[in-house]
Design a protein around this ligand. Structure first.
Ligand code: ZN
Length: 434
């Protein structure tokens, strides 16, 4: 492909290509798979890669041993690899202890996982906090395992090492931060969560190129233990996080679901709800519950941050979830691009939402003498823009934000934002802090 064509490719295709590159890597909560993934992501954004040693105490948890794997198989009596890690890394129970021995079929069956409802799919299973070994197979493969004994081999290591995560910080006008996190611990699963990694890194790249009010912190962390470890090691600066979003499941074609923060009615909750309503009737907003992704840690009572979770179809609500059918065909460039757009719109509104005070609150100011009458703001219809000016003047008493004004006047946020800028330029509005 020539360079021109490559450059003009849409963002959606680029994100899909990144997911395709990351797909074969065998990731887990620790180990080289995460390092390799972060190395690839750092080609897009200058990620800082951090290592927390095994055994480090992080609140009620300990950083676990590092897991790495080179090979795994089940061989029949003829020496044929009937199950082969090289064909799919999902075949190994993730975080399995090493094993290499002959086992009876009866014993082997105790260590096999499969899905009867989807006989050609491999399930994704883990054994992080319990020492075990196992294989995940299709039901059809399971039915063909009829020899009396098999050779099983999992060439893995579970040793002291570290937990690896990636972090990228973009300083803004203020120290207050917006946190965006995505989990980086799943092996060959596309929607969960390579699409999330692709959308978040693309978003970070965009935000790094513009001037932002807030500072933005991006975390690429193993689920649960990564968030716990990050919070434990950064406790003294957690108070700077004003808002956040946990990014997961962003590549499937389903509508969006926003799960509110534990506090439920913070500015980010309201903005996410506003943007989702604009983008489609099928989008849903649900209340917080203490399960799911890393919002569980960010919204634990000792932190109680204004962090919600924005995904497309929620976990467990699509049949491909945690199976080999969550592959590169299940995620689409269009869905990822739309997810990127929705995230960017939420963050843009958050970054621009302000409170203002009308400097001429007694009766309407005369707009004509200030050149504000019959003015077309940007590409807006003159009459609609006039109404936006009047609404903004009327509600700019310091208690309503621009988002409040947009919602109450049923006007797009961007139009109210433009109206406020014009009014501020003419001296009719002044900032009221935030
Ligand atoms: Zn998952």
């Amino acid at each position: 492909m020539d360079k021109e064509v490559a450059v003009s490719q849409s963002r959606g295709l680029e994100m899909h290509e990144l997911s395709t590159r990351l797909f074969p890597i065998c990731r887990s909560i620790t180990g080289n798979g995460v390092r390799e993934t972060l190395r690839i992501l750092s080609e897009i954004i200058p990620l800082g890669v951090k290592e927390i040693p095994t055994g480090t105490k992080v609140f009620d948890w300990d950083v676990p041993r590092e897991w790495n794997i080179t090979d795994a198989y089940i061989k029949d009596a003829d020496g044929r690899r009937v199950i082969d890690f090289a064909r799919s890394n999902l075949h190994v129970l993730n975080y399995s202890v090493p094993i290499h021995q002959q086992v009876s079929l009866e014993e082997l069956r105790k260590h096999l996982y499969y899905l009867e409802d989807h006989p050609d799919w491999i399930p994704y299973r883990t054994s992080y906090y319990k020492e075990d070994w196992g294989f995940c197979v299709t039901h059809n493969q399971y039915k063909q395992l009829n020899d009396p004994a098999y050779e099983v081999c999992i060439a893995s290591t579970l040793e002291p090492g570290s937990l690896t995560y990636g972090e990228y910080f973009i300083p803004g006008e203020v120290e207050d931060e917006v946190l965006i996190s995505a989990h980086v611990c799943h092996p060959s699963l596309a929607n969960d969560n390579l699409a999330g990694l692709a959308v978040v890194s693309s978003l970070a790249e965009t935000l790094s190129k513009r001037k932002n009010y807030y500072s933005y912190r991006f975390l690429f962390i193993p689920g649960t233990i990564g968030a716990i470890a990050w919070l434990a090691q950064n406790e003294e600066r957690v108070h700077r996080i004003q808002f956040g979003l946990v990014a997961s499941l962003l590549g499937d074609p389903g509508p969006f679901t926003y799960k509110r923060s534990r506090r439920g009615n913070t500015e980010i909750d309201r903005i996410a709800e506003y943007v989702l309503a604009k983008h489609g009737e099928r989008n849903k907003v649900i209340d917080f519950f203490p399960y799911g992704y890393d919002e569980r840690q960010f919204c634990s009572p000792g932190f109680n941050l204004a962090v919600g979770c924005l995904s497309r179809t929620p976990f467990g609500q699509y049949p491909q979830y945690h199976t080999s059918a969550d592959d590169l065909d299940f995620i689409t460039p269009e869905s990822m691009e739309e997810s990127y757009d929705v995230y960017l719109e939420i963050l843009s509104i958050l970054d621009q939402n302000r409170f203002y005070i009308n400097t001429n609150p007694k009766c309407e100011p005369q707009l004509g003498k200030r050149g504000l009458y019959s003015l077309k703001g940007g590409n807006n219809d003159a009459k609609a823009f006039q109404m936006a000016l009047l609404w903004t003047l009327n509600l700019a008493s310091g208690e309503y934000s621009l988002l409040d004004i947009a919602q109450r006047s049923n006007t797009d946020f961007s139009v109210i934002r433009e109206a406020a800028s014009r009014l501020e330029e003419s001296g009719l509005l002044k900032p009221a802090g935030r």
